[in-house]
Design a protein around this ligand. Sequence first.
Ligand code: ATP
Length: 897
Amino acid sequence: MDPIIRGEGKKMQWYQLTPGDCLDRLGSSAETGLTDDEARQRLARHGPNKLGDEEKISILSLAVHQFMSPLIAILLVAAIVTYLLGEWTDTGVILLVVFLNAVIGFFQEYKAEESVRALKGFVVSKARVVRGGREREIPGAGLVPGDIVLLASGGRVPADLRIIHAIELRVDESMLTGESLPAEKGAMPIAEESLIPGDQANMAFMGTAVVNGRARGVVVATGAATTLGEIAGEVREIGITKAPIQEKMERFARAIGILVLVASGVLFGIGILLGGTAKDMFMTAVAAAVATIPEGLPIVVTIALAVGVGRMARHNAIIRKLQAVETLGSTTIICSDKTGTLTKNEMTVTLLYDGRHTCEVTGGGYEPIGEILRDGLPVAAAGEEQLARLLRIGLLCNESDVYEEDGEWRVDGDPTEGALIVAALKGGLSPEAEEEAWPQTAIIPFESERGYMATIHDHGGKRFIFVKGAPERVLDMCTIDSAEREATLRIAGDFAAQGLRVLAHAWKEIPPETGKLIHDDAETGLCLAGLQGMIDPPRPEVVEAIRGCRRAGIRVVMITGDHGVTARAIAADLGIVRDDAPVLTGRELEGMSDEEFSDCVREVSVYARVAPEHKLRITRQMAASGEIVAMTGDGVNDAPALKAAHIGIAMGKGGTDVAKEASDMVLTDDNFASIFEAVREGRVVFDNLRKVTFFLIPTGVAAILSIIATMIMGMPIPYVPAQLLWINLVTNGLQDVAMAFEPGEKGVLDRPPRHPKEGLMSRLLIERTVLVGGLIAVGVVYTFTDALRNGATLENARTVAVTTMVFFQFFQAWNSRSETNSIFSLNLLSNPFLFVALIAAFFAQLAVLYVPALHVVFRTVPLTAAEWGTILAVSALVVVVVELDKWLRRRGQQEDD
Ligand code: ATP
């Protein structure tokens, strides 16, 4: 066994060792971590940090599944009966169709299953490590023993770690220990023997969630060697649940299947009573059943969903739960975080106030080139004590870095803090010199709930606290007179009205013996150093997306931790609200009863100074007033709101693992515009399901109506079972799948969201199904009887009838491409799949008509020109009638408007 993982033969008790000993044994260093080379070698030795491999798609169960439908059951019975009757050609055809159907179904389902599984791969867990002295993010699977990992609240612990440094670290270990209260963690060694994981207070175990604080730890075990790997042996899968629409469809198809079975039995009985032979009537009943069971529907639903998921992924929206695709189409409100989603999260300080003067700061981005101007003239920190203090606090009460890479300046850490560093550089402060002169000895990191950050620094034998945070919060912690307070708040308000995020900076001297930073120390008696205001430009594409949302009847709501005035200024810039719109703050929200809040939830589109628990309340209230809510979130505390929303959307870049796990969808680019794209695709998917339904159901209805009609008329039925099988499985089986790829019509985003209760079959579709089903049935019966009247043989007349049906379907496929728009306004090639499917089906039909070998199988004969003429003229009627219906409805709509 590898000594690195296992120590001397028995399992290492890492928690008994000091952090230094752990690092020594693991051959690593807390500051620089492993080198890339060393990490690569260890990865080869220990294997990837994963728990078991993905479960493979079970080929066998997929194959068996193909034979588990009512349709196949009927066909198998039919095969046996035809065999017993000596109709061996029919038996052959039926068995061939069963086989073909199974093969096609198998591949369709395999592809669909594969694309659904691929989704999981998109949400790869990441780990923040120190390697070769630099912090970076790597895939969790690449971790090796000895790696130094950084933990922050909201993250999942990516491997088993011995903690070497921790600040207020609390970890939810319930998945391992069942203990629901988060466990406090630190770095001190523990002497006791054989502790259970729950008592190892200096270890963080793979899969547990950091709920508070941050820490640095060294990896002691990866993959199957971790505690989770040992006790569980299997991973909690990211659940890809079936969408309700899939289940609904499967149930629907199965119910129709059973109904048709019963109806066919009845048909058989009545036929015999009317004097038909058992053999003929059996074949008739089988034909009717085959024609009507919509066996293609469930699989097309899955394919349409999978196509939608793929398209959304291309627009940076990764679906985690399939049902989200369906719900997205009916979303009525999108609640979005501001920073990073609506804006670029690229902060630049543009205004500052040092307690006496307001100054402008020039330059953009993180490049430290620019000046601080007071009344238009450059000033520097040197010689300006107050300015120097303000910039110094921003620089040192800070956990981030800015650095240059490939000619571009970037931030490592929080962009807000990056902006403060850049401002200090522009004012002439040197980070290295400042850090040396004012070494940091303690820190309270920034947390949104707390609203500030504090650090302790030593300087010239004295000790100081530096604080920065939201102005209202920090001013409350300062000892200042009310006039100064008012004046400062007014300036902060002026900054905010220009859309700037404002931070106040403060400090105080403390007795040198004060070591650990406790909140009480930092929260009273501070002196104000001043304000810094930073812009965060809106993402340009978001303005367009918000306009699109408005057209599509979707309300956009901004939810932010920033100040109300800042939030409103940016919301107005983005076109979310007018600049006098009401803003509700988290505190006001707390003071409201549910009734009061429900009165204003429709009016308010900007929420400011909001804490995560407010988000949950906002989501619930909106849902209660009938909205379908999409809600974004990134932090660990956002998880409840993400779960409560109809669509929880997590940020892929800036989001925590916990938020991602709670979400239905993850944005890989954190961009609001991607949500809008996803809504569009959601609508397209639903439209396509309707199109497929409208294509399949009327043709099934027509087949059974025509059989019943001819029976009643005392004539032979217009098709033999083999022909119906042919129509159903080969010609329209190609077209229905192709229809799942329809690109979406122009107007998808110009209409209000679909009502969530609205099923696939809208009133319009039901009416049109009756119209089209009736028309096709009449058409087929007409061409059939017409041929018989003109002296054609029964085989010839049936060939005419079947070909009419096939052409009706061709035209009906085009009709189905739009519910309201004329098919002549659609691009023939915008769905190449359908185009190819139609051509293939056309040639397949020609083959059936003109290849002699197939005549025997399908009982067909070649057609004459006159027969072709009748077939085309009659089947084209379905286009004329549906076009007329669409035109009448469009006109009715215009009059209503
Ligand atoms: P959004 O909800 O739009 O994404 P946010 O969640 O980033 O905004 P917070 O991070 O909670 O908002 O910031 C709220 C306020 O806290 C800011 O307006 C700012 O005054 C202050 N603030 C933000 N970041 C820091 C920081 N690193 N240190 C100190 N104060 C900060």
